[in-house]
Write a protein that binds this ligand. Structure first.
Ligand code: C2E
Ligand code: MG
Ligand code: MG
Ligand code: MG
Length: 270
């Protein structure tokens, strides 16, 4: 009886696992299809000068509208693409499409594109980036790549060499989600960043938390003394915008200025 019971328990546990695994496999199959069928869309969110209110750039944010499940967050499908070994193809698609799109914008408007740490590890990131720029005929100075600290945790000299190489072409390098990882100060000194993006978790809590305000003030000061642009993500409220501007933060991004939107909708928003 003990044996049968054990087997039974075992079976139900396994079938539980099967359901989760099957679910994931289905999503993987669907994602592969979405990539092939160009079901992935890019939305663009404005980066705004906090002093003048002028739009200085747009960040490309990938969107997946699943035919049955509806919108799936990039926080779900980007890690999926990374696990499936598809992130290089996804990254190439975003770079090529967004660079082409950016040529429709006025010349002073920059394009920011997020890059996965795995694109540093496996792919030929430099040739993908330069290839996308030259195919679109977009000047390198108009592109900013957003990376997270995870890139810098890679062992060996590769990430540093790649970043320096990209900078040598004139491409900007932003440190995204600053404050959420280890935020080692040595990263800021040893890599040629052009911008720090303060993570939205600090900005969203700014009104209620002294500690968030302290972090924000410190990062703005640090960026200034290193000669970097400081951008605050997650600005939803005019009083938060005013506070950040008065603290000396130069650039902002958030629902207050505009939600991520399809390229065709941008002029209507601006
Ligand atoms: P991220 O690069 O830090 O992008 C900022 C996220 O904050 C976006 O979420 C944006 O929609 C959201 N956001 C902007 N303003 C506000 C605001 O005022 N309030 C709030 N609550 N949120 C705001 P999204 O589009 O869901 O993207 C999530 C993350 O997925 C991105 O974070 C980025 O890490 C990743 N991601 C998106 N597109 C790509 C891509 O093409 N490649 C790679 N590798 N990662 C991507
Ligand atoms: Mg980003
Ligand atoms: Mg961010
Ligand atoms: Mg993020």
């Amino acid at each position: 009886a003990a044996k049968a019971e054990k087997r039974g328990t075992c079976r139900s546990f396994e079938s539980g696992m099967d359901a989760a695994a099957q679910e994931k496999t289905r999503l993987e199959i669907d994602f592969r299809k979405a990539l092939q069928n160009k079901e992935l869309r890019i939305h663009y969110q404005p980066l705004v000068n906090l002093e003048s209110g002028a739009i200085e750039g747009y960040e490309a944010l990938l969107r997946w509208h699943h035919p049955v499940r509806g919108d799936i967050s990039p926080d779900v499908f980007i890690p999926l693409a990374e696990e499936m070994g598809l992130i290089e193809a996804v990254g190439r698609y975003v770079l090529q499409t967004a660079c082409r799109q950016a040529t429709d914008w006025p010349e002073h408007i920059k394009l920011a594109v997020n890059v996965s740490p795995l694109q540093f590890r496996n792919g030929n990131l430099i040739s993908t980036v330069i290839g996308a720029l030259s195919a679109a005929n977009l000047p390198a100075e108009r592109l900013e790549l957003e990376i997270t600290e995870a890139v810098l945790m890679e062992k060996g000299p590769r990430p540093a060499a790649i970043i320096r190489n990209l900078r040598a072409f004139g491409i900007g390098i932003s440190l995204d989600d600053f404050g959420t990882g280890y935020s080692s100060l040595s990263y800021l000194l040893n890599y040629p960043f052009t911008k720090i993006k303060i993570d939205k978790s600090f900005i969203l809590k700014l009104q209620h938390e002294d500690r968030s305000r302290a972090v924000i003030r410190a990062v703005i000061g640090l960026g200034k003394s290193l000669g970097l642009t400081v951008t605050a993500e997650g600005i939803e409220d005019p009083s938060v915008r005013d506070y950040l501007r008065d603290e000396g933060c130069m650039q902002g991004q958030g629902f207050l200025f505009g939600r991520p939107a399809a390229a065709e909708e941008l002029s209507a928003q601006a």
